[in-house]
Design a binder for this molecule. Structure first.
Ligand code: HMG
Length: 410
């Protein structure tokens, strides 16, 4: 029987076997009972919807999600509107969260997906405009710049807190400021990060971004450098890491994904989100991929896993990842979503399922499951989706709450 089956969430993972890239460190990994859930519903969840979703609905979705305890929300994307029209008003969402920051008691980090310089320019222009107006207002202090590294120490450990609800600090590789740019001034308790995305197969790379893998990687280096010069963190997705809709379930090879991940880390990416875009990933293949990443020197602290539940394997693969030491998982409320360029791929694993699953293992997410379920039911209704299909956990949770309420009244 394979060793991935029993829950071994608190077991100390093995160290990388081979360290052939400069990104590795010999720091020991620290296990944590916290899991950070990156809520991708407002972006990945909505991008594929055919109907026009009102801006107010998107804004309400972001605001309500933050109120559940979720600390990282991917709120929109700055991609070409002719490719993904649904995301065309992401700029308005960014403006809104800058003007009207959430009233949540915890820090909130918003992530914004973008593929190229034009996307970064659009994103930065909005940040710049608001940063200047914030700078003029005494109530928003400018955060001090992060210290620049004295040498390349590889990816930094998330040592600031036991809680991985913050991305690993961005002290690797690149300077955090440059003489020609400045860090932005955002409202208190909020930060903004860019999310880049590339693919691990050539077919998908061309379909999704109209360029080769090498071309997309070469685009990223200056984007990451610029983001860092403004004090912004950069996440990077690797799509189709566990199966490609065009090249099949066995493509790409784990070493291909590991090579891309190490390249992204060397460029200065703060977190790599390894995406099972098609949901074709299985437990053995997930384990093989994680081992290949470790063998290439990619630390689990720098990884997030992004599962789609197309074949119902998302939580099984999440367990494999937990046992490997991963503590960051992407999910979308109500199981919304799917990539427009991955035929047949259905929604992301539901946030409700992920929270319930993690907490059932004794791990802490800091997320109010009942509130996420209420949001899931609401947004599914807005989109004309059947919430029972999107999230069985959410539906069960709400049914039980209703039953308890009626019992209490009776
Ligand atoms: C990469 C490109 C732009 C190349 O697309 P292209 O057509 O090769 O680009 P181009 O440079 O020739 O530009 C074409 C037009 O788009 C404009 N343009 C160009 N870039 C931008 C921009 N950033 N913002 C606004 N406009 C832009 C550009 O100005 C031009 O306008 P025109 O001259 O025709 O009027 C395109 O392929 C693209 O936008 N792709 C994005 C596709 C996408 O959003 N996919 C879904 C997100 S990824 C995903 O869902 C997977 C993930 C992350 O969730 C993880 C997983 O599960 O796998």
């Amino acid at each position: 029987m394979s060793s991935w089956l029993p829950p071994r969430c608190f077991r100390k993972p093995v160290r990388p076997l081979r360290l052939f890239r400069t990104i590795s460190t010999t720091s020991s990994r620290r296990q944590s009972d916290h899991v950070r859930i990156v809520e991708v519903g407002p972006r990945d969840g909505l991008q594929n919807e055919k109907q026009t979703i009102p801006l107010n609905t998107k804004i309400e979705l972001c605001e309500r999600l933050v109120g559940t305890g979720l600390k990282t929300v991917e709120a929109g994307s700055f991609v070409a509107p002719k490719w993904v029209p649904q995301m065309d008003n992401s700029n308005n969402i960014l403006e809104h969260v800058l003007q009207t920051p959430p009233s949540a008691s915890h820090d909130v980090s918003y992530q914004w997906l973008l593929p190229n310089q034009k996307g970064l320019d659009r994103f930065l222009a909005t940040c710049e405009a608001f940063s200047q107006s914030f700078g003029a207002m005494a109530s928003y202090p400018t955060p001090p710049p992060s210290p620049s590294p004295t040498n390349d120490q590889g990816p930094s450990l998330n040592t600031s807190t036991q809680d991985p609800n913050a991305m690993p600090s961005s002290t690797r590789g690149l300077p955090s400021t440059s003489p020609n740019s400045s860090t932005f001034s955002f409202p208190p308790n909020t930060s903004h990060e860019i999310s880049l995305f590339c693919a691990a197969t050539e077919s998908f790379s061309h379909r999704n971004t109209n360029c080769s893998i090498a071309e997309s990687l070469s685009r990223f280096r200056p984007l990451i450098t610029t983001a860092k010069s403004h004090g912004l963190k950069a996440r990077a997705y690797i799509s189709v890491a566990l199966g490609c809709p065009f090249e099949g379930p066995d493509a790409p090879s784990p070493t291909t994904v590991a090579d891309i991940a190490t390249s992204l880390l060397e460029m200065g990416a703060d977190e790599i989100s390894v995406a099972d875009t098609t949901g074709m990933g299985t437990a053995p293949r997930t384990e093989a991929l994680l081992k290949a990443l470790s063998a290439a020197g990619v630390r689990t602290e720098d990884l997030a896993l992004h599962f789609h539940d197309t074949y119902g394997m998302a939580l099984v693969n999440a367990l494999v990842s937990l046992n490997h030491g991963v503590r960051v998982f992407d999910a979308a409320v109500g199981g919304l979503g799917g990539c427009p360029f991955s035929p047949g791929a259905t929604g992301n694993v539901a946030t409700e399922e992920m929270v319930y699953f993690m907490e059932s293992l004794g791990l802490r997410t800091g997320v109010d499951l009942g509130e996420v379920a209420r949001i899931g039911e609401w947004i599914s209704g807005e989109l004309g989706r059947d919430y029972r299909v999107g999230s069985r956990v959410g539906k069960a949770k709400l049914s039980r709450e209703k039953w308890l309420e009626e019992k209490g009244k009776g």
